[in-house]
Design a protein around this ligand. Structure first.
Ligand SMILES: *[C@@H]1O[C@H](CO)[C@@H](O)[C@H](O)[C@H]1NC(C)=O
Ligand SMILES: *[C@@H]1O[C@H](CO)[C@@H](O)[C@H](O)[C@H]1NC(C)=O
Ligand SMILES: *[C@@H]1O[C@H](CO)[C@@H](O)[C@H](O)[C@H]1NC(C)=O
Ligand SMILES: *[C@@H]1O[C@H](CO)[C@@H](O)[C@H](O)[C@H]1NC(C)=O
Ligand SMILES: *[C@@H]1O[C@H](CO)[C@@H](O)[C@H](O)[C@H]1NC(C)=O
Ligand SMILES: *[C@@H]1O[C@H](CO)[C@@H](O)[C@H](O)[C@H]1NC(C)=O
Ligand SMILES: *[C@@H]1O[C@H](CO)[C@@H](O)[C@H](O)[C@H]1NC(C)=O
Ligand SMILES: *[C@@H]1O[C@H](CO)[C@@H](O)[C@H](O)[C@H]1NC(C)=O
Length: 822
């Protein structure tokens, strides 16, 4: 499976910690089902375009374009190959490029031209071309337009594009070497481009482009604007090396270039620094990795969200900053310009320009004021204005984020993608939900997120409500998409349910006091031997909760050396009679000074003697089956009158990739009681099987062979067959009396415990490595030198155990797992 499929999805909550929010829940890819799409021999699924009305996701990969069902991307609807000819490949290779990788056609532009066709461009072996894709026949029309300025030559180079009223606006490079950056409009009537000059673009890395329409109420007094986002090498700061600066640039749609100065060049090109920093911590985020502009009718104005990382990111920080469009416009419309001055002959310094500014204001769109001056188009602009904007495209003022600081700062992750959705929670309040990921490219539908990578495309639901098995869990998730349905006893996706009677429980402040979850009744029984070690499992999904263990209703002092608290279990050493009783594992989560606690697991320890006990199969049904159906609704709360963005907890979901995850079967989430009871059916059989390995029988067999062994040895020694070994034998005997013996009894113990421990058997059985549940303690640790293993070390410890002598009986259990485990 592709790398991307080992994804994690986390839910962040706006908890005040030193650096920012902590993800409350992290779902690993194995715990959730995500649809994915990948074709053999096809790579670089880099360009996505979603058509929500047609429910189609278009995917541009290397040498092929796909149309997928956007509700289930594993269903391919159509495909069209777009390959480079052998001649072009050869010519490209002659120029020193790799025939196998670079001299291919990487699809870089997929834009909707009209209802019936797409505008598509590809790198085409370093000879970019563009074409129209007929959506009826799903065939390329064969126009072979020159793609220069619309699509990069080099697949490794950055690019961005947006289609506005039939014209393609793109940020890319204009030449084979990739050394000439360009922001251009490709239109028949009015093609425009940037000046090729360092103050305009200085080694930019293009990220994103989008259009912001003028306020329709302005009645043509203002113009639509196209914004470009990129990171470039700064000209304005003195720095030892190249200091990178995140930028926002804008051009006006009505721009037609200048008459003499700036002919066929933008007259409205201005750029400014996007500031994203935590000044009091001296943290500057200099690289913008992705941008999303949230535009919904309920917002007074669009909001720009960007994900940033610092330039020297050795700690692995990421931040999200949000900007008002009005703040951006204020910088361009009212801000000061920067001016370069030459000092000491060659060196240039950029400083704030305080001199006189020509009129009309350089870089402004054609608006009411300029029309009043009889300037109808940019062609009428005076040379003075044009010359000024040509020399001063950089603003001195920076665009500052809303709240003057990031919305989120996260350590140990490099976010590269963001999409934002606005959701109306049950009580009517609107929340902005950020979906941030480390993937390559993203798209968002009403219900799903799409992420492309070199290896494939994945589709993720916007929330995993059905993963919350209790009301407290569901409410504490503080996910505006999820609510607890008390009748069905399930956590539901509020836009998927068609029910009109919505007496569901949701509280984004995290007040779960209206929940009345049933107390977990069933417990797991364990028997133990004097002096042995017990491992009581308990898994806690929430990173904001604390695990508290109770013994006979008193809080257990886990700090005592008798106990050891592991991430997903409690170890109790040197068990004695006083340790028998009921152990409860509670999850305590504090939200706004209110503590919510839930019993996650209950274990009963008993001193040996007992043969076997059974589980009490209570089953508060927590899972509704058939959650998989997909009701497509178009209700992501973008409509609505209450224009009120909550500044309260920004909730976000992050999809990220993990590569370091081994195939550990111990992926515990909250226990599904249903699965427990199902597994009970398997118990009698196992019990029978293990009965034949009864304790006394084992002991007898062991003693028998041990005595036989001793006899043989003694006999051989006595006969002088092994004179040298006799000494060793004697010393071995001394040790042997202790060590192998205790090892053995531990192993015997484990067999015994397996006998009464259906849970651990269940964990090992089944035809898939399904998540283990906190059904009891595993005892392999006892067989491995008394050394405590972590879950990650299981496979290792199995091996270790097998290699040890006298552990034959231990292997009974493992053999069992080997046979059925995978
Ligand atoms: C395309 O995908 C391959 C395979 O994963 C990867 O090695 C290569 O770097 C990718 N190329 C680009 C330009 O993304
Ligand atoms: C998506 O389609 C695949 C095969 O086409 C199917 O196996 C899978 O069950 C579908 N998923 C859903 C959620 O319907
Ligand atoms: C697209 O293809 C269909 C079927 O081949 C054809 O009828 C139609 O004219 C084509 N449309 C365009 C815009 O070329
Ligand atoms: C400006 O445009 C209007 C119509 O849009 C036209 O009547 C007028 O002559 C134009 N003025 C100039 C100076 O071009
Ligand atoms: C951004 O806009 C919102 C609503 O339009 C406003 O409440 C907020 O003060 C603005 N923030 C800044 C920094 O301008
Ligand atoms: C959530 O809980 C808070 C605190 O108890 C309360 O003020 C608020 O009204 C609740 N909201 C909803 C939607 O129940
Ligand atoms: C909805 O709930 C949130 C969180 O409890 C609260 O802040 C907000 O005021 C509520 N909105 C309404 C309209 O009651
Ligand atoms: C185990 O517990 C017993 C008392 O139950 C105690 O005498 C003994 O020293 C303990 N052994 C270890 C290794 O702690």
């Amino acid at each position: 499976m592709a790398l991307i499929l080992y994804g994690v999805v986390s839910l962040f909550l706006g908890m005040a910690t030193t650096l920012g929010p902590v993800p409350r829940i992290t779902w690993e890819h194995k715990e959730v089902h995500l649809e994915h799409f990948q074709e053999p021999e096809t790579f670089n699924y880099s360009t996505l375009l979603l058509n929500e009305d047609k429910e189609i996701l278009y995917v541009g990969a290397r040498e092929v374009i796909f149309a997928l069902n956007s509700l289930n991307i594993s269903e391919k609807k159509q495909e069209v190959f777009w390959k480079v000819t052998e001649y072009q490949k050869t010519r490209c290779a002659e120029k020193g490029k790799s025939k196998q990788t670079e001299c291919l056609n990487y699809i870089r532009v997929l834009q909707e031209l009209n209802d019936a066709s797409l505008y598509v461009c590809g790198t085409n072996a370093f000879q970019p071309i563009c074409d129209h894709l007929n959506l009826t026949s799903f065939k390329l029309v064969g126009r072979n337009d020159d793609g220069k300025g619309r699509c990069p030559f080099d697949p490794a180079q950055s690019y961005t594009s947006v289609m506005v009223d039939g014209d393609l606006y793109s940020g890319t490079s204009y030449n084979f070497l990739g050394s000439e950056p360009i922001i251009s409009r490709n239109s028949l009537q009015n093609p425009l481009r940037t000046e090729y000059a360092i103050p305009w673009l200085n080694e930019p890395n293009f990220i994103f482009a989008d259009v912001i329409r003028a306020d329709p109420d302005s009645a043509g007094e203002d113009d639509d604007k196209v914004y470009f986002f990129f990171t470039e090498v700064s000209v304005e700061y003195e720095f030892l090396g190249k200091l990178m600066i995140p930028r926002i640039a804008r051009v006006c749609k009505g721009d037609q270039g200048g008459h003499r100065t700036l002919q066929k060049k933008w007259t409205s090109y201005l750029k400014a620094r996007l500031l994203c920093s935590v000044p009091d911590k001296n943290l500057f985020f200099n690289i913008v990795n992705d941008v999303f502009i949230l535009k919904t009718p309920s917002l007074k104005e669009p909001v720009i969200y960007g994900v940033f990382t610092p330039q020297l990111n050795n700690v692995g920080l990421s931040a999200v900053c949000a900007y008002n469009i009005s703040t951006v416009e204020d910088v361009f419309v009212k801000g000061k310009y920067m001016q370069s001055t030459t000092v000491e002959q060659s060196h240039t310094k950029w400083l704030r320009y305080n001199g006189e500014i020509p009129k009309p204001r350089p870089g402004a769109c054609i608006n009411k004021e300029s029309r009043a001056e009889k300037i109808n188009t940019t062609l009428n602009l005076p040379d003075k204005t044009l010359q000024f904007v040509k020399d001063h495209p950089l603003m001195d003022d920076s665009v500052t984020p809303i709240g003057d600081r990031p919305r989120l700062v996260k350590r140990d992750v490099k976010y590269t993608q963001i999409v934002v959705d606005q959701v109306r929670a049950l009580n009517g309040t609107l929340y902005d939900v950020m979906f941030i990921s480390t993937g390559k490219s993203n798209g968002r539908g009403n219900q799903y997120l799409y992420a492309g990578s070199n290896a494939g495309v994945v589709q993720s639901p916007v929330a995993f409500c059905d993963k919350y098995s209790t009301c407290v869990d569901c409410v504490l998730a503080r996910d505006p998409y999820c609510a607890w349905n008390p009748h069905a006893s399930s956590c539901v996706h509020i836009f998927k349910e068609s029910e009109t009677e919505r007496d569901w429980i949701q509280n984004i402040s995290g007040d779960a006091s209206s929940c009345s979850d049933k107390v977990r009744e069933h417990s797991l029984q364990h028997t133990f031997k004097h002096g042995s070690t017990a491992e009581l499992k308990c898994s806690q999904k929430s990173n904001l909760a604390q695990v508290v263990w109770k013994f006979k209703d008193d809080v257990l002092k886990v700090e005592s050396p008798k106990y050891r608290l592991l991430e997903k279990a409690l170890l109790i050493f040197n068990l004695s009679e006083g340790d028998s009783g009921v152990y409860q594992c509670l999850s305590e989560e504090e939200v706004k000074n209110q503590k919510f606690s839930q019993v996650l697991a209950k274990h009963v320890l008993e001193l040996k003697k007992v043969q076997h006990t059974t589980l009490s199969p209570t089953q508060p049904s927590t899972r509704t089956e058939g959650n998989g159906e997909m009701l497509k609704t178009s209700v992501v709360a973008t409509e609505g009158s209450a224009a009120h963005t909550s500044t309260a907890p920004i909730v976000s979901v992050a999809t990220s990739r993990i590569v370091t995850n081994p195939i550990v079967p111990d992926l515990m989430s909250t226990v599904s009681d249903m699965e427990h009871s199902n597994s009970l059916a398997e118990v009698p059989e196992k019990t029978l099987f293990l009965k034949s390995n009864d304790n006394s029988l084992l002991m007898f067999l062991f003693l028998f062979f041990f005595v036989l062994f001793l006899c043989l040895f003694a006999y051989n020694c006595y006969n002088g067959f092994l004179p040298d070994q006799c000494l060793k034998f004697r010393s071995a005997m001394l040790l042997g009396k202790k060590k192998p013996k205790t090892d053995f009894s531990d192993c015997e113990q484990s067999v015994k415990e397996t006998l009464v421990e259906p849970g651990s058997l269940m964990t090992q059985s089944g035809d898939h490595p399904k998540p283990a549940h906190d059904t009891g303690y595993e005892t392999e640790a006892d067989c491995g030198n008394g050394h405590v293993q972590h879950d990650e070390e299981h496979s290792h410890s199995y091996k270790e155990v097998k290699d040890k002598p006298f552990d034959v009986k231990c292997e009974l259990k493992f053999a069992d797992s080997d046979a059925e485990g995978d």
